[in-house]
Design a protein around this ligand. Structure first.
Ligand code: HEM
Length: 281
């Protein structure tokens, strides 16, 4: 086939150039919208990567929430393979999320100060999508809805997530349906409250891990949840270290004690009994 170039450099085997309106790519991706959402607050050239990294992380939070909601629904419907697929996708996404720290990980106090004041009281603490991730992990708290009172859609989504079973609640309900001794008070717990570790649930995981072949798919589910927990813990710790490098022990723009507050958050174990059970296997 001939490959004669026209004046624009395109040949007959080249992609289409001629579209009546916006390109089909634009119609799908909305790249024009996405790449014009960077409204900088300072003249500092380093602010762009701070804002875009934050936006990129918000997008990953959105994808991960989608995966975990898919997994929770599948567990509710006893379709464990569908839940496993979603959870495994979320592992690769969590790795990509965590890799997004790279451009901010070595920020110096001087570099951060160049635009910090322009952030005003803005803080990642006010991220509603991050809060939905935490709710799905069982870290529920009604007070975390308060900052979003002025944003009806965000508030309604968070309120719904607060009242719904977390991913871990769905896992424990599945274990119970499979005949494992998850206590009734755990199954009937107030879903809007933070999940509290239970000795009986720890005993269930201990038994599962002591004899993986008895419930092969549930053991594999336990391991993929442990991977999720580890990667979330890594995100929290990477955030903590980046914060310590960028601002030492100063108070946060969100009004917290800063690093001291983040340290307490970072020590919490996601899916606690999956970690403590290991001491007894
Ligand atoms: C290196 C730059 C960063 C610094 C110095 C920093 C600092 C802080 C501080 C001090 C807090 C505690 C709340 C407060 O008082 O503000 C916080 C919370 C938080 N930040 Fe950052 N942050 C940085 C980057 C990011 C990025 C890029 C994200 C991505 C969205 C993010 C997401 C969050 C979230 C979700 C919380 C709440 C954590 C929780 O509830 O446990 N931060 N940050």
């Amino acid at each position: 086939m001939s490959n004669t170039l026209d004046a624009s450099g395109a040949g007959s085997d080249a992609p289409n150039l001629d579209f009546a309106g916006t390109t089909p790519y634009e119609d799908y991706v909305q790249a024009d919208v996405l790449t014009h959402l960077q409204h900088l607050r300072s003249d500092d050239p380093g602010e762009m990567v701070f804002l875009v990294t934050t936006q990129v992380m918000e997008l990953w939070f959105t994808v991960i929430v989608h995966e975990w909601e898919t997994a929770a629904k599948a567990l509710r419907e006893d379709t464990v393979p569908v839940a496993m697929d979603a959870l495994k996708r979320s592992l690769r996404e969590l790795e990509a999320l965590n890799a997004s720290w790279r451009p901010l990980a070595q920020l110096t106090p001087g570099q951060f100060n160049a635009y910090r004041a322009a952030l005003g009281e803005g803080s990642g603490f006010q991220s509603a999508m991050y809060r939905r991730m935490e709710f799905l992990l069982g870290e529920k708290s009604a007070s975390m809805l308060v900052p979003h009172r002025g944003a009806p859609r965000v508030h309604a989504e968070l309120e719904k997530a607060l009242q719904e079973p977390s991913l871990y609640d769905e896992v424990l309900r599945l274990l119970s349906r499979r005949g494992l001794a998850v206590p009734q008070e755990v199954l009937d717990r107030d879903l809007s409250q933070r999940y509290e570790p239970s000795a009986e649930v720890e005993a269930v995981w201990t038994a599962l891990y002591a004899d993986p072949d008895a419930h092969h798919d549930l053991h594999r589910l336990g391991e993929v949840l442990t991977d999720v927990a580890e990667l979330v813990w890594r995100w929290r710790n990477d955030h903590l270290v980046a914060t310590r490098r960028a601002m030492g022990a100063k108070t946060g723009t969100g009004g917290s004690a800063g690093v001291a507050w983040l340290e307490k958050r970072a020590t919490k174990n996601v899916f606690p009994e999956l970690w403590t059970a290991r001491s007894h296997v």
